[in-house]
Design a protein around this ligand. Structure first.
Ligand SMILES: Cc1ncc(COP(=O)(O)O)c(C=O)c1O
Length: 511
């Protein structure tokens, strides 16, 4: 018997060798050598153009060009015959030259920034593996890694024993939460749809991310049934207004089923009062979702995790490690307190993918419980980073970002020509205006701030064209346009923040 197995084994490996040999004979060694050289050249190019440039403050953040200028500089056309590796490499170099260096420590335009070497390494390996996360059979190690990362993140939220999944972005994570909540409340609606149900209504603060409204539209509840709840002057949801709105909806016969609270709002970085909101949701049996896409990373810091007090009482939590943790775009996770809701919400019999008679525990086929079929195994990028840094490395990163924000807040407060939009800031968002020479000495009333708002896009445009620093701007209801400064990159130093203020002054000197 043993001998029989042994000979079968030899026969099998001979067959495999035979197959491999045939495969090798079919392709030319020369073309493999050229492809390998191309790959190495592309890696060197990426290192030069991103990793090394993001360490060099003398290089610009961007070379601003209009779409027409870029179209004129790069041969974008796709032709019947392919081009040589050398030509393609030259074109790729131009793509880098006409892109924004988001890893540069003076890129403040978005809620993601920085280029983490370990995350980048994870991305490269993930693309080399080029697989999907729906079945264990095609991504065995990556599947167990995703489960491990999710388990680790659940602990930070206070959801031990829960479940989670990596998704293509925070908007998607928020969408999945809304769908799971609907099915938890109305399980039959997975099959029968929503037409027989009362009007389903959800709530979010007027400063929550726009995905709440979009998802309400996408999932068929309607934009109008995503009810905005008022915020206080710091951008936090007012719980009394939430309860009032829930009662009004109930009086009209609607069924309130979902509340989106936010940990770190997109513009002001506000954290909603989770405990008070959880009390209300418990009273009315409503699913509480926390959108922690931006501020969820505060949970990693002993010093700042109090910002998220009460999130452990929520039902679901969206968290984007590609924002403050600087994981590569995209790395986003949805965590759920209760296990098995993903499966109950999304399972479907798919005989060509999810067979029960596989040689492993098929609950590891994660796609069984998800909407997505093909899905990138993004957790791996984060796992490589987490292995290298540990919890303490991330904690230092978050603490540094908040220290930097504090430094900038003080610098703005103490400068005679800058004005903070709100006096008390909670996170790394530092919204402010600049008073240009022509407006100094004017009474600081509504008209004055409206005038300040008008200069913001002019200064931003000038800075964008110079390419030395990039910062966003926005307005809020009753607040004229201001600089929406956010700090996410660990490489940012105080000198970069001083540089930003000096550049604003320089670019506004004639205004
Ligand atoms: C609070 C908040 N939630 C959700 C999102 C959306 O995340 P994503 O861009 O990954 O879809 C953002 C994006 O900035 C955000 O600030």
């Amino acid at each position: 018997m043993i001998l029989n197995c042994y000979f079968q084994g030899i026969l099998r490996s001979q067959q495999i060798r035979q197959v491999i040999k045939c495969g090798r004979m079919a392709s030319s060694k020369a073309s493999h050598a050229e492809e390998d050289k191309f790959l190495k050249d592309v890696f060197d190019l990426s290192m030069r153009q991103t990793v090394q440039k993001s360490r060099d403050r003398c290089t610009p953040v961007l070379n601003f060009r209009t779409p027409q200028e870029i179209q004129g500089r790069i041969d974008l056309g796709l032709h019947p015959a392919g081009e040589s590796n050398g030509e393609v490499l030259k074109l790729c170099e131009k793509v880098f030259e006409n892109s924004v260096n988001t890893g540069h420590p003076r890129f403040f335009n978005q809620l993601f920034a920085g280029l983490d070497s370990y995350g980048f390494a994870g991305s490269i390996m993930l693309d080399a593996l080029n697989t999907q996360g729906h079945t264990y059979e095609i991504s065995p190690a990556l599947t167990v890694i995703e489960l491990e990362v999710v388990k680790h993140m659940l602990k930070f939220v206070g959801y031990e024993g829960g479940e989670g999944t990596f998704n293509p972005g925070g908007s998607y994570s928020n969408m999945l939460a809304m769908n799971v909540a609907r099915i938890r409340n109305f399980p039959d609606s997975k099959v029968t749809g929503v037409s027989g149900l009362p009007l389903l209504v959800n709530f979010c603060s007027e400063q929550s991310h726009y995905s709440a409204q979009k998802n309400s539209a996408l999932l068929g509840f309607g934009e109008a049934n995503c009810k905005p709840v008022k915020c206080d002057e710091r951008g936090k949801m007012i719980p009394e207004d939430l309860e009032k709105s829930i009662l009004e909806a109930k009086e009209k016969g609607a069924a309130p089923f979902f509340v989106t609270a936010t940990a770190g709002t997109t513009v002001l970085g506000a954290f909603d009062p989770f405990n008070e909101i959880a009390d209300i949701c418990e009273r009315h049996n409503i699913w509480l979702h926390v959108d922690g896409a931006w501020g969820g990373s505060a949970l990693l810091s002993e010093k700042h995790k109090h910002l998220c007090n009460g999130v452990e009482r929520s039902d679901s939590f969206a968290w984007n490690p590609h924002k403050l943790m600087a994981a590569p775009v995209q790395t986003s996770v949805l965590l759920l307190k209760e296990k098995d809701l993903l499966r109950k919400s999304h399972s479907l019999n798919v005989p060509y993918l999810f067979q029960d008679d596989k040689p492993y525990d098929t609950s590891y086929d994660l796609g069984r419980s998800l909407v997505a079929c093909g899905r990138k195994c993004d957790a791996f990028k984060l796992w490589v980073m987490w292995k290298s840094r540990g919890d303490s490395g991330f904690e230092k990163q978050i603490d540094k970002a908040l220290d930097n924000a504090k430094y900038l807040t003080e610098a703005v407060k103490n400068h005679p020509h800058f004005r903070l939009v709100i006096p008390e800031l909670e996170f790394t968002n530092v919204p402010f205006w600049y008073v240009p020479p022509s407006l100094r000495g004017e009474t600081e009333n509504e008209e004055f701030f409206t005038k300040l708002g008008k200069i913001v896009p002019i200064v931003k445009k000038r800075m964008q064209i110079s390419g030395l620093v990039l910062v966003g701007y926005t307005s809020l209801p009753n607040i004229p346009t201001f600089f929406r400064m956010t700090i996410a990159n660990e490489q940012v130093e105080k000198e970069d923040l001083d540089f930003l203020l000096a550049e604003i002054e320089r670019n506004a000197a004639d205004l």
